[in-house]
Design a protein around this ligand. Sequence first.
Ligand SMILES: [Zn+2]
Length: 283
Amino acid sequence: MDRSRLIPVQRAAIATLALALAAAACAPAPSTPAASAPASAWPGDAALVDLTHPFDAHTLVWPTSEPFRLEKVFDGTTPGGWHYASNTVHTTEHGGTHLDAPIHFAAGRQTADQVPLTRLVGPAVVVDVTESASRDADYLVTVEDVTRWESQHGVIERGARVLLRTGWSSRWPDAVRYLGTASRGEAGVAQLHFPGLHPDAARFLVEQRGVGAVGIDTASLDRGQSTTFEAHRILAAADVPGFENLANLDRLPSRGALLMALPMKVGGGSGGPLRAVALVPRR
Ligand SMILES: [Zn+2]
């Protein structure tokens, strides 16, 4: 566990983002409004990965939540002869890929609009527990999983965003395989089965590592069978936001990705729909 390795890695990730932003800023203005930015606006050594499931009729939500719904307001030709489309979006804060603001499980803590951008954007590490999770749908990510990862990749730096990869996103949007049940309501809640974060590991990440945020590719940071939501409560009490139902974590390196997890800025919200992407250096 060589702490000296952390600085260059973090610096490299930030340098990659800075390069990308600079390249985008320096790209010549499109000659016509219809022209899209050329792919070359991004540096050749970085790729963008979408970590977000689509919001549509297939979006999985908690059994007690209203499903996501797109209500058409208008779609067609106006009396004036031009095309016009507009919808109203109906969504729970906690369905699909979303943010858990600290106030979700800790009174008086930050709401969605108060979560600092510095927690939402920055270097991310990916702790892979797919093998253990594949054998146990109720698997809990342990302190040992984290320290074993650190023995291979170096200590998790303060402020890092820790993304837990269980492999569950490959089951999306099959409710039975992803949530453990397609039943709705309280009966459905009792039948939830998917992996989550052990409370001891949540405490370790907060107290020993001072992480900036924690994300997971399942419906909740606490496993489906949790009834006490301890991981949520530990993270929230420390103002550490959560990201849930993340996608494509298999496309991120263990270290070196730059996460941009930007939720809808809901005033007073306990969370909200999240568009999460990562900038990944090509090696
Ligand atoms: Zn949530």
